[in-house]
Design a protein around this ligand. Structure first.
Ligand SMILES: CC(C)(COP(=O)(O)OP(=O)(O)OC[C@H]1O[C@@H](n2cnc3c(N)ncnc32)[C@H](O)[C@@H]1O)[C@@H](O)C(=O)NCCC(=O)NCCS
Ligand SMILES: Nc1ncnc2c1ncn2[C@@H]1O[C@H](COP(=O)(O)OP(=O)(O)OP(=O)(O)O)[C@@H](O)[C@H]1O
Length: 205
């Protein structure tokens, strides 16, 4: 493929699929990674741009004494109440879009030719994200592997993980949107690196 062209890659996958790991590997190949989860965390951290709106919509108890959103309380709330989830997304997603666009412009200005948008909810967003990217790269694994990885990573109880998984697009829906799939199942990290190197080469990295 032409190494001079600009590639905008939408990287997505279910919770614990390995998106951030793949994003980190693509960054090592020279991609500029724009991480929607990290931006979402920054706007809900102490002094973040979403804090005032969150306190207004959910009550001041949803903001801790440090001025950051109480993430555990919010997780417990939104994955049990679809209305609350929509309300939080309506506050956070426009900010994420705005900061994403700023970071993408900065990446282009500093000479990057491959931009990777790490967006957990790319498929769920319908056309909103898909029309902004040239290719959709899905990191895929079984639901059981998702559970095991998330439990090992942050000790979330399995019923909480399952609640999140059921609120996300299904594996089949995600695969139906994919232009490229990284099958991150029964692979050790070296084997994953090899798959990512192949994908990176296809995008001029
Ligand atoms: C629910 C929150 C408080 C949980 O925080 P926590 O620190 O436990 O997890 P973290 O932010 O690292 O997210 C982990 C994963 O949860 C899943 N997840 C997060 N938000 C959502 C959501 N709105 N719908 C479905 N899955 C979600 C994603 O797979 C994500 O990668 C937080 O994720 C949040 O503020 N979510 C709303 C904003 C959002 O939609 N973020 C997703 C991408 S912009
Ligand atoms: N092939 C693999 N072998 C072993 N561990 C892996 C592999 N892929 C990912 N992991 C581990 O699984 C966990 C989840 O991976 P990662 O954080 O990249 O997923 P994610 O899709 O970004 O998750 P989330 O949506 O929750 O942010 C991490 O601890 C990571 O190190």
């Amino acid at each position: 493929m032409n190494s001079q062209r600009i590639w905008r890659i939408g990287l997505t996958g279910g919770i614990g699929s390995g998106k951030s790991t793949v994003a980190g590997l693509l960054a090592r190949h020279g991609a500029a990674v724009i991480d929607a989860d990290a931006i979402s965390r920054s706007v809900t951290a102490t002094g973040g741009r979403a804090i005032a709106a969150i306190a207004q919509a959910f009550g001041p108890q949803m903001v801790g004494p440090d001025g950051a959103m109480d993430r555990q309380a919010m997780r417990d709330r939104i994955f049990q109440d679809v209305q609350a989830k929509r309300q939080l997304e309506a506050i956070i997603h426009p900010l994420v879009s705005q900061i994403t666009a700023e970071q993408a412009q900065h990446a282009l200005d500093t000479g990057h030719r491959c931009l990777v948008f790490d967006v957990p909810l790319l498929v769920e967003s319908g056309e909103r994200w898909r029309r902004q990217v040239d290719r959709v790269l899905v990191v895929d694994c079984s639901t059981d592997t998702q559970r095991q990885r998330v439990m090992a990573r942050n000790g979330l109880p399995v019923q909480d993980i399952d609640r999140i998984i059921t609120q996300q697009a299904s594996r089949a829906q995600r695969l139906a949107c994919a232009d490229v799939v990284i099958a991150n199942e029964s692979l050790n990290l070296l084997e994953l690196e090899a798959q990512v190197s192949q994908v990176a080469a296809d995008f001029g990295l």
